[in-house]
Design a protein around this ligand. Structure first.
Ligand code: ATP
Length: 247
């Protein structure tokens, strides 16, 4: 396997004495698609909060990239700048703007405020936006108002907005929730495509969706890794059956 892109090492965090994350250690590798599953309260969201700098762990290390940067004591925006993008469960696109303008705004995010002020549409942005729109299946919806998109399309648009910032790691929280079966299948294809050129971590409860992702799975339970491997491997694990699947 490649070098670890992200390594969480022995991290713990308590809320009012309750250990939400308990000596959690695992790694994500460059260009890897990984599913993270586990029962409610297992610590999946808290794990993402720690990686993105929203929550500070009480102990442990979070190490990023080949230069082994510590992500602790870095702000959320610094961590985003280092190449970690996060997709929250609810889509947060600019409803009044077109799909094109939403993607443009995401591209502009990287630029200096002054250049945004004097912005003119240019060919390289057009090409980039068309490329992303094709990747997220919205190539024929560029002029559509984002608020008029379906729930699934909004989710894809937001993933596209994150891709515009060229993250090396994309964290995606429960993408399948609220989607039709057809939208789910398209989302699986989108995430699998996205993971060809960057690492993608997907937190998801929907087992059918996770099976279709066809990737390595990490099972969390009580803030630690309970099992890891292929979905078949972890679903045969008696501990996983006891705490998660058998309920
Ligand atoms: N800011 C907070 N303050 C207090 N308790 C918290 C906080 N954040 C998380 N917790 C608690 O930590 C535990 C882990 O929560 P977390 O949201 O990470 O689990 P999860 O695996 O994402 O669950 P779900 O599948 O329900 O989203 C839960 O018991 C939760 O109530």
């Amino acid at each position: 396997m490649n070098e670890a892109l992200l390594e969480v090492n022995n991290i713990s965090v308590s809320f009012d004495g309750f250990k939400a994350i308990n000596k959690l250690s695992f790694s994500i590798f460059e260009g890897e698609l990984r599913a993270v599953i586990g029962p409610n309260g297992a610590g999946k969201t808290t794990f993402m909060d720690i990686v993105t700098g929203k929550t500070r762990p009480d102990a442990g290390e979070v190490i990023w990239g080949e230069k082994n940067f510590s992500l602790l004591n870095r702000s959320e925006s610094q961590i985003a700048q280092l190449g970690i993008g996060r997709k929250f469960q609810k889509p947060t696109v600019f409803e009044e703007q077109s799909v094109y303008d939403n993607l443009l705004l995401a591209l502009e995010n990287d630029r200096q405020p002054l250049s945004v002020l004097f912005y003119r549409r240019n060919q390289s942005d057009d090409a980039k936006i068309e490329e992303i729109a094709a990747e997220i299946g919205l190539a024929d919806r560029l002029e559509r108002r984002a608020g008029d998109l379906s729930h699934g399309q909004k989710q894809w648009l937001e993933i596209g907005m994150l891709l515009a910032q060229e993250p090396r790691l994309l964290l995606v929280d429960e993408p399948a929730a609220g989607m039709t079966l057809e939208e789910r299948d398209k989302t699986v294809a989108l995430l699998r495509r996205a993971a060809k050129t960057r690492a993608v971590v997907v937190v998801e409860h929907d087992m059918d969706f996770v099976r279709k992702l066809d990737c390595r799975v990490t099972v969390l339970h009580e803030g630690s890794v309970l099992a890891e491997g292929s979905l078949d491997h972890v679903t045969e694990n008696q501990d996983v059956i006891d705490v998660y699947l058998g309920r």
